[in-house]
Design a protein around this ligand. Structure first.
Ligand code: FES
Length: 581
């Protein structure tokens, strides 16, 4: 069992440091709150719950969270708490430039202080789009007040001319089809209208669905939360139940540090393999673990994921979408199957106060084509593979379930793009010296190089290769890729090129070998040549003069440790400094 012992209730909560008593300072804090019409007895020591809402009109994936916040509030009221909705930094994956990833740490920093500096006893993390989920969990872990995750849920299935259309996945597919001359621009525009047909997050097993699943697998969300569609009435029920639950979590003092243990992270990594989850989960879980003071490494990713089959048949690895995953039983079915196979730590604690196993032991699989039995898995080796070698001494990652079997062991001539602009300038050039046997290499797209480590690692193929009917080539970069993308794509190469990692010194015409089974990536030049080129390398990224971009450049760590800021790791607790009034 988990060993968690609830604290005695009633007791004085931290919100009473602001609201309890008759001093001038308390009257200052409490009296101002009354301008919103709150009766005096709401400040009597009941749990004050901050509903941290990432709603924004400019984050369409989270555009419906105000409605859900009302349901969370209803649940908090019902359980005897005092809910307060707090708008927090929101970064949309599809809008924020240069990339939403550049703002994950800023969001985590701002939200950590938003929690700590205000009279909250517990938090509901109302999230959805890719970066909103990890940033709020990172913040909550660094403060360590009782917290529960409620995600907005995925969009309903898209359909175009009778075929399922998956968020992101079909954007890449249709765009390649246009380049290959198989689809007209007019058809592409027509398809656009079919891609996002309801409120919610990406409907594929992209990063948003992956991170919702990671929150549930970690035990930070109520069981079943991840897959309920954004517009399903049961999403509202989930929000209301979570509002009720956080009040009891505060009374029990059930904190993130009781839930997000090393075992919980190992569970999440294994679940990620089973769902064919996004490679972005690697950087986010490493960063989240860092906030919890847990030593999680890329080796843990490879070790825990290696023998995990991908059994969830969802795009981009498979055929279906989150709506069907929900109808099949959702993540609880996957957790049950992995637990019964002895792959998970069953006794870890969840926000419900029950163990992970207790939550799932009675669920059933309602569609064995969507959630496959182990012997009919999409791939037997679904976990994220971590490759190392002279080209990536600190590792790079590949998602086997989204890669091509025939390219898992490959040697090819490097075609090098110095950065994303160089790639864009050259890729459509019919005279580019490239064919399907080559290895596409892109530099300077890592955390410091881009900056922000954009999702550009799944470089589109050259049109002249696409016209041959080829759909995949080996690609290597220090970038990330969208969780909705696919291909034999090596990502997060560390150290990144902008820090002088070996990726920086690859030249056109070099040969590169990858062997996924052996977990090896190798630049076929002599050690002497490698050292000579590295000695000649000069930094080519100018630090920004000022502002957040400067802070990001100076403090962001490598992808191999989660790309968090060096000064934000660890838990700093909820204690706050002196009152200034
Ligand atoms: Fe926001 Fe996919 S872009 S969830």
């Amino acid at each position: 069992m988990s060993g968690f012992t609830p604290k005695a209730w009633p007791r004085k909560l931290r919100s009473q440091e602001w609201y309890g008593g008759t001093s001038r300072d308390v009257i200052y804090h409490r009296g101002w709150m009354k301008n919103q019409g709150y009766p005096h007895d709401l400040f009597d020591g009941r749990p004050v719950i901050g509903i941290l809402n990432t709603w924004s009109d400019m984050t369409p994936c989270n555009g419906h969270l105000r409605e859900l916040a009302e349901k969370v509030k209803a649940g908090v009221w019902e359980a005897g708490g005092f809910p307060m909705e707090v708008p927090v930094f929101s970064a949309s994956e599809n809008t924020f430039r240069p990339t939403a990833m550049m703002y994950r740490n800023l969001a985590a920093l701002a939200i950590e202080e938003t929690i700590r500096g205000q009279p909250m006893d517990g938090c509901v993390l109302l999230v959805g789009c890719d970066k909103t989920t990890p940033s709020l969990i990172m913040a909550a872990a660094s403060v360590d007040l009782p917290s529960i995750v409620v995600t907005g849920g995925p969009m309903l299935n898209g359909y175009f001319r009778g075929e399922r259309v998956g968020s992101g996945t079909h954007l890449w597919k249709f765009s390649e089809a246009v380049k290959a001359g198989e689809m007209t621009q007019e058809e592409f525009l027509e398809a656009e209208a079919s891609m996002s047909r309801s409120s919610g997050t990406c409907n594929t097993m992209g990063t948003a669905s992956t991170m919702a699943s990671m929150a549930e697998a970690l035990g930070m969300a109520l069981s079943g939360n991840a897959a309920i569609p954004g517009v399903d009435s049961r999403r509202k029920v989930m929000a209301q139940l979570s509002g009720r639950r956080i009040v009891q979590m505060v009374k029990d003092d059930l904190k993130p540090s009781d839930i997000m243990t090393k075992e919980a992270f190992e569970n999440a990594i294994r679940v990620n393999g089973a769902i064919g989850g996004s490679t972005n989960a690697v950087v986010h879980l490493l960063a989240m673990a860092g906030r919890c003071g847990i030593d999680l490494t890329l080796d843990d990713w490879d070790r825990c994921g290696r023998e995990i089959p991908t059994i969830v048949n969802l795009m981009p690895s498979g055929e279906y979408l989150m709506e069907e995953f929900f109808y099949a039983g959702g993540l609880p079915v996957v957790i049950k199957m992995l637990s019964e196979a002895g792959k998970l730590h069953k006794d870890v604690l969840t926000v419900s106060g029950l163990t992970l196993w207790d939550e799932v032991k009675d669920v059933r699989n309602w569609n064995e084509d969507v959630i496959r039995p182990f012997d009919k898995a999409l791939t037997q080796h679904g976990g994220i593979a971590v490759l190392r070698g002279n080209l990536a001494p600190k590792g790079c990652v590949l998602k086997p379930s989204a890669a091509s079997e025939h390219l898992m062991k490959h040697r090819g001539r490097a075609v090098v793009f110095e950065d994303i602009d160089d790639y864009k300038a050259k890729i459509n050039d019919e005279n580019l010296d490239i064919d399907e046997t080559c290895v596409m290499v892109m530099k300077n797209c890592g955390p410091r190089g881009y900056p922000g480590m954009a999702e550009v690692g799944n470089m589109g193929l050259p049109p002249k290769v696409l016209r041959k009917g080829i759909t995949d080539m080996v690609r290597i970069s220090d970038a990330r890729m969208s969780g909705t993308a696919y291909g034999t794509v090596l990502l997060h190469t560390s150290p990144e090129a902008a820090r002088g990692g070996p990726l920086a010194i690859v030249k056109n015409g070099d040969f590169i070998e990858i062997d996924v089974e052996a977990r090896r990536v190798h630049l076929d030049i002599s050690d002497e040549e490698m050292q000579r080129r590295l000695a000649d390398w000069r930094p080519n990224v100018e630090p920004p003069a000022s502002g957040y971009a400067r802070m990001f450049h100076d403090h962001v760590e490598g992808a191999d440790t989660g790309a968090d800021f060096d000064f934000l790791k660890g838990c700093r607790g909820s204690a706050v400094g002196k009152d200034s009034h």
